[in-house]
Design a protein around this ligand. Structure first.
Ligand code: HEC
Length: 441
């Protein structure tokens, strides 16, 4: 249940108990033992609070929304075609939909570990998944045809129930699926019947079917990016070098995207593979999944190894975090930069480099200075909303960081946060907020 729900519940229990207590004292002189009194209160609480709450439980469970940065262990993502960006996140505990307001809402009735997740090209309602049920074991091949809400097992697969950690639907023929479990498995009838088509390369992380040929497959593996033109029976090197490939995706239009650890995001058009490096800014972070918006080939969404959801508006060259991305228009960035130059730069420095501790005038009585707001300090350990809160309400421990709420509106504070985030690298964006601990190793 969401925290707001439980707080409301605790509040109503207290109110009802108080009311009952005074009512009982006033109107019921016959009640003279404490036990009788308590019994009355418990009965009232049960009828007035518990029963109606139970009736609402399915609704609360369904509408459970959590901050996106609290969602850990995301294994896959897909973009649902809709006016507002809506991303499906396949997680350790079911399927969520994320929106750019920074919230994620549960979609699936199934609380399972979705180890693999595949959207069906040009069918916004149909999805496949595999992995583990909450109590252990394997899920087999799962299918939803209502946008990811209800799931049913349509097959065990070969030697199943299978636990595909990689799964892909052919963009050329949506009845053709490939999955990896004790070798490569292929289905020609939408996932009901399966045949084994080859040995899977060792340590395979991700699999993608080609839109050009239903026999062609790509595999991202520990030993690099591989390609098969015979349904996974034999494999060739698709990108030179032995660096690990952590992700591969191919769009219906034949754009191949892969992530090579230590190199970055590479891209090419099928069938000839002439690779270009789209971005190299990732440092020690990497991408584990990627989806392209069906209506805009330049609009990309990706999943970082930290489970952070990232977005690029320029075909993968520059990346922002998905949370706050709706706010990050160039207009707001310009407004934020203006406010920063006027009100913040005198202490936090040009480009957020911070005050130098050796400047004596900068220190307060405890030795604190205005910290860098770029990557160098820990501004990125805070979520967008925590940063807005600090700006509006100031620092409780240092009077130099005043509460700006008398001078700046919440909108101004959001714009400054957009500017501050524009100073961050991919690592800080992918490690922002609650995720920073995982990046401190
Ligand atoms: C007069 C100097 C001064 C000005 C002007 C100033 N700050 Fe600060 N700011 C500080 C100091 C000092 C701290 C450290 C507070 C602490 O350690 O608790 C701080 C802390 C912060 C933090 C918390 C950083 C972290 O890593 O936790 C943020 C965010 C911040 N300031 C944003 C701003 C913004 C945005 C503005 C402009 C609207 C601004 N500050 C203007 C001095 C200033």
């Amino acid at each position: 249940m969401c925290p707001a729900g439980s707080a409301a519940l605790a509040f109503s229990v207290a109110t009802v108990a108080d009311k009952e207590l005074s009512a009982v004292y006033r109107t019921n002189p016959k009640l003279n033992t404490i036990e009788e009194l308590l019994m009355r209160i418990r009965t009232a609480v049960f009828f007035i609070v518990i029963i109606p709450t139970l009736a609402f439980m399915p609704f609360i469970a369904k509408a459970e929304s959590v901050p996106l940065d609290q969602i850990a262990h995301v294994h896959g993502l897909a973009v649902a075609p809709s006016a507002l960006p809506r991303l499906y996140l396949a997680t350790h505990s079911g399927l969520f939909a994320a929106t750019p307001d920074g919230l994620a809402t549960r979609v699936s009735n199934l609380n399972a570990d979705f180890m693999s997740f595949a959207a069906v090209p040009e069918n916004p309602k149909k999805y496949y998944a595999s992995g583990h049920p909450p109590k252990g074991g394997n899920l087999g091949v799962m299918m939803s045809d209502d946008g990811g809400a209800a799931w049913r097992r349509i097959s065990d697969g070969i030697n199943g129930p299978v636990d595909f950690h990689a799964l892909t639907v052919s963009p050329k023929d949506p009845n053709i699926l490939y999955g990896v479990y004790q070798g490569v498995q292929m289905s020609r009838d939408g996932g009901v019947n399966w045949e084994r088509t080859g040995d899977a390369p060792e340590k395979l992380f991700s699999l993608a079917a080609s839109p050009g040929n239903t026999d062609t497959l790509y595999a991202a593996t520990m030993k690099g990016l591989l390609k098969s033109t015979d349904r996974g029976s034999t494999w060739q090197v698709a990108y030179p070098g032995q660096r690990p490939a952590t992700m591969v995706r191919v769009t219906s239009a034949g754009h191949v995207y892969a992530f090579i650890y230590g190199t970055g995001l590479i891209t090419s058009l099928e069938p000839e593979l002439k690779w270009e490096t789209a971005a190299t800014e990732f440092r020690d972070r990497f991408l584990i999944d990627l989806a392209v918006h069906p209506d805009d080939p330049k609009l990309l969404y990706a999943l970082a190894d930290t489970s952070a959801v990232m977005t690029s508006k320029d075909g993968g060259k520059t990346w922002y975090s998905f949370e706050g991305s709706a706010k990050a228009t160039s207009e707001k960035l310009r407004a934020g930069a203006r406010i920063y130059a006027e009100s913040c730069q005198q202490c936090h420095g040009v480009g957020g480099i911070g005050e130098r501790p050796k400047d004596m005038y900068a220190k307060d009585e405890f030795g604190f200075v205005a910290p860098p707001l770029n990557n160098d300090a820990h501004g990125w350990h805070h979520s967008d909303s925590q940063l807005v809160e600090t700006i509006l309400n100031g620092s409780p421990r240092n009077e130099r960081m005043i509460a700006w709420k008398d001078l700046l509106s919440p909108q101004d504070a959001e714009n400054v946060v957009v500017y501050i985030k524009s100073l961050w690298n991919f690592r800080s964006l992918a490690c922002q907020g609650a995720r920073h601990m995982a990046c401190m190793r």
